[in-house]
Write a protein that binds this ligand. Structure first.
Ligand code: HSE
Length: 317
């Protein structure tokens, strides 16, 4: 086990649920994402020495910080909680955005520390520790952001309790247009407005669509993917929190999107598209809808990110 003195990592944004897979399906995109830098220090224990890009909102106390909690959980598991480690967190995506911001910090924190100490665990083995970190932020236990952020690709979770997951190879030409309108939605609030029970008819439809989406991904069948991107459970409730949601959906579908829905708990929305050109056109149309009501927004166009969190070089600006 070789040990480096400093490790810098990037953890990407993720689109959770992917319409019909509430809490059980997600994928990563290339950008935006969070960066974490860790280095050994003489002083025992994990200390967060710097956080940027958070407008002063994140605690420096490691046991209260998503990235810190995930890393501490790993160090505790390895009996290394006294190892002196300094951590810097550089937030490069907004909070409450539906882009898996807390998951990215948790994944970056635990992955960076694991690398620094010589990589005793595999990426997949880091999943429960990253989950603990994310759960400390949103109070819920779901791997649909953390899973793809860590592993990349499209991740299906058979059971969040058992952390039984499968990573699917994305179809070659599958692209995403993700638009983040500048409002904040707390995941906790977006979960509270969901129905406690659902109609059998809706459960059947959602199961059919989730199965269809997974078959479409595996068989690279864009028609099947398109017919399957529907959410009859969360979207009807959550769309109320997103201004112009149905206009954005109409704009995306008329511009040729395969499907459109809410990214995670929102307010970001996403469209899956066949090819980059289509994704750029669809993304611009969605963005225009928010522009029309003077709602600032950011557009991210990306293929499905196949690698998840990784080590990077360089300095922070
Ligand atoms: N699956 C989660 C939800 C994602 O929809 O609440 C939140 O990040």
């Amino acid at each position: 086990m070789s040990q480096q003195q400093e490790v810098r990592v990037f953890a990407p944004a993720t689109v959770a649920n992917v319409a019909c897979g509430y809490d059980v399906l997600g994928f990563a995109i290339d950008a935006p994402g969070d960066e974490v830098v860790v280095r050994f220090s003489e002083k025992p224990g994990l200390r967060i020495t710097k956080v940027t890009g958070d407008d002063g909102r994140l605690p420096l106390a490691a046991e209260k910080n998503t990235a810190g909690v995930a890393a501490l959980d790993l160090l505790k598991h390895l009996g290394m909680q006294d190892r002196g480690i300094e951590m810097e967190i550089h937030k490069k995506m907004p909070f409450g955005s539906g882009l898996g911001s807390s998951a990215a910090s948790a994944v970056a924190g635990v992955y960076a520390v694991n690398k620094l100490i010589g990589e005793p665990l595999t990426k997949k083995q880091l999943l429960p520790f990253a989950m603990t970190g994310e759960a400390s932020a949103d109070g819920a236990w779901h791997a649909d952001n953390v899973g793809p952020c860590l592993l990349g690709g499209i991740v299906f979770i058979r059971s969040n309790q058992e952390l039984d997951i499968a990573q699917l190879e994305p179809p070659k030409n599958l692209w995403a247009a993700v638009v983040h309108p500048d409002i904040e939605i707390l995941t906790k609030v977006a979960r509270e407005i969901l129905p406690e029970s659902i109609l059998l008819e809706n459960a059947t439809q959602q199961t059919g669509n989730l199965g269809g989406l997974i078959c479409g991904i595996i068989q690279e069948d864009y028609g099947m993917i398109s017919r399957s991107i529907h959410d009859v459970i969360a979207e009807p409730r959550r769309q109320k929190l997103i201004p112009e949601f149905y206009n954005a959906k109409r704009a995306a579908m008329s511009a040729g999107a395969l499907g459109f829905s809410i990214s995670g708990a929102g307010p970001s929305v996403f469209a899956l598209c066949e090819g980059e050109e289509s994704a750029r056109k669809v993304g611009a149309k969605i963005s225009e809808v928010f522009d029309k009501i003077q709602l600032n927004n950011q557009l991210y166009v990306s293929p499905i990110n196949k690698h998840g969190v990784h080590v990077i070089e360089g300095e922070n600006k």
